[in-house]
Design a binder for this molecule. Structure first.
Ligand code: PEP
Ligand code: MG
Length: 544
């Protein structure tokens, strides 16, 4: 039995085999093949596997994101069978004796170049698709599954770190837990783990040795404890703890339907954060009264090209419809920093967290912003939708974003497309600069939502994705952050708008009373944290 320690960042106990996350091979091997029949057969088999994967992705996208996203994967299936494309690959293998991996890669690049030289915008856009399908086949040929895990049974994933784009691609039904040697409690992988209710441990102290692969582990995400090859008494202890956690959960379930009111009657909005439309089911099951943060950029992260207006419209509409009139706050695209998407072709930056991200991208490339805003306003006709802007540092950014919103509204009016004229706009307070100008910002919008994950990173100058070696300098409850929250609430209230917190700290029940005493009006947390926060709110007496 081997015991390892780390930092628990998503509670719960999981038990199962450990599997290492494998990254897609970036270097395609190039060799000369003699048996070209065998090479062609290998390529054809890989193509069949790719088609099955795409069928599955299309089915999932139809259920989780919408029809248009599903059709993209269907187009990819068709492209894999395109005669010109397949003939070119066959010729590279048979005539040039190229190995199938290199043949598929070369053909993909040639076709991508050809498409991007075309005048027709639709055909131009196909260059990304042909590269995508080709790299899928190359990954299969190289035994690098694009899901990072290959088996058919659920596993505990071990890795150094996981990027949000990697986590989002994982088949969630196959993950029992995460153990990472790096990571940070505020990273997007941690956020996803919590929102899915998957136990997770970061900063694991010992090395995750290759020989642990395939062996059974039990992990306890609430205390950051990992046991490889657990003995009988550990197994017994862990299952007892699991039963206790279940009993606690059953107690919290009794709070469903109860108001989020303090003992002295102050109402607090307890909302939930989501990353995909399918998370809405969990919001409803956990009885949240609204959605305080829909991280819309995950629609972009899951896609191999810019999601169209219609694809986004369908996604937003499905969420507001499911919420049936309850508030849904959707934040505009927050790509950049740790959330990297190839097709945005953003320049490499030395400090991406301080670079081109979020609203900065939207104001630099307004065509992307407008597509999203059109989809958001169109979806507003189907429920109670609000829009908020991330990563604000200056007043003009909000004024410019509002001007683009107004242009979009005029366009929709002209086209006689319905939307809600009263969509509220909000600002995320995520930078110290935005706190310092909060009074001016508050005059422009209807609410503030404090993004403490970024606010903490920018205030105490520690990368939220990795605290490696900096643990003793990192303080999630840093007094500077608490004071900035307090200042924001005061500025918001002075200007007559409500103020919420949607960063991970909103779920920290040891701080609920402090937040309520500061006057925070809303706490938006991962769906599974809604009932624990409701419990905490209901035990506070502000009159005392
Ligand atoms: C935050 O920064 O606190 C926040 C809620 O946004 P994200 O975690 O997605 O950056
Ligand atoms: Mg943020």
């Amino acid at each position: 039995m081997i015991a390892l320690r780390g930092t628990g960042i998503s509670s719960g106990i999981a038990s199962g085999p450990v599997v290492y996350y494998r990254r897609t091979q970036t270097q395609t091997k190039r060799t000369s093949v003699q048996d070209t029949d065998e090479a062609v057969a290998r390529w054809q088999a890989a193509t069949q596997t790719a088609i099955s994967q795409l069928e599955e992705l299309s089915r999932k996208a139809r259920a989780e994101v919408g029809e248009e996203a599903a059709q993209l994967f269907e187009t990819h299936q068709m492209m894999l069978g395109d005669l010109d494309y397949t003939e070119r690959i066959t010729s590279l293998i048979r005539d040039d004796h190229l190995n199938p991996e290199a043949a598929v890669e070369d053909a993909g690049k040639e076709f991508a170049q050809m498409f991007s030289a075309m005048d027709d915008e639709y055909m131009k856009a196909r260059s990304v698709d042909v590269l995508d399908i080709s790299s899928r086949v190359v990954r299969i040929l190289s035994n690098c599954d694009d899901k990072g895990i290959t088996g058919k049974t659920p596993v505990i994933i071990a890795a150094d770190e996981l990027k949000p784009s990697e986590t989002v691609q994982l088949d969630k039904s196959m993950i029992l837990g995460f153990i990472l040697t790096g990571g940070n409690a505020n990273s997007h992988t941690a956020i996803l783990a919590r929102s899915l209710g998957i136990p997770a441990i970061i900063n694991v102290d010992g090395p995750l040795r290759p020989e642990y692969e395939g062996r059974t582990a039990i992990i306890d995400g609430s205390i950051g404890y990992i046991v490889i090859d657990p003995d009988e008494s550990t197994k017994e202890y862990m299952s007892k703890k699991k039963r206790e956690e279940k009993a606690l959960r059953t107690m919290l379930e009794q709070l469903k339907g109860q108001p989020d009111d303090t003992l002295d009657g102050k109402h607090i909005k307890v909302y939930a954060n989501i990353t995909t439309p399918s998370d809405t089911d969990s919001v409803i099951t956990n009885d949240a009264c609204g959605i305080g943060l829909f991280r819309s950029e995950f629609l972009y992260l899951r896609s191999s090209d810019y999601p169209t207006e219609n694809a986004q419209f369908e996604a937003y509409k499905s969420v507001v419809q499911k919420m049936n009139g309850a508030p849904v706050i959707i934040r505009t695209l927050d790509i950049g920093a740790d959330k990297h998407v190839d097709y945005f072709r953003l320049e490499e930056e030395r400090n991406p967290a301080l670079g081109m991200r979020a609203l900065r991208i939207c104001l630099t490339r307004p065509e992307i912003f407008k597509t999203q805003l059109r989809a958001l306003y169109r979806a507003s006709a189907f429920g109670k939708l609000s829009i908020m802007f991330p990563m604000v540092t200056s007043l003009w950014e909000v004024q410019e974003a509002k001007r683009i919103c107004s242009a979009v509204r005029s366009e929709l009016k002209k086209e006689r497309i319905q939307f809600d004229e009263n969509v509220e706009l909000g600002v995320m307070i995520e930078t110290p600069a935005s706190v310092m100008i909060a009074l001016e910002l508050a005059k422009e919008v209807s609410f503030f939502s404090i993004g403490t994950n970024d606010l903490t990173q920018y205030t105490i100058a520690i990368d939220r994705e990795s605290t490696a070696g900096l643990e003793k300098f990192y303080d999630a409850h840093h007094p500077a952050v608490m004071r900035l929250i307090d200042m924001t609430v005061k500025a918001g209230h002075d200007a007559g708008i409500w103020v919420g917190i949607c960063g991970e700290i909103a779920a920290d029940v040891s701080l609920t009373e402090s937040f309520l005493r500061m006057g925070v009006d809303e706490l938006s947390v991962s769906p599974r944290a809604v009932l624990p926060v409701r419990n905490a709110v209901r035990s506070v007496n502000l009159s005392k």
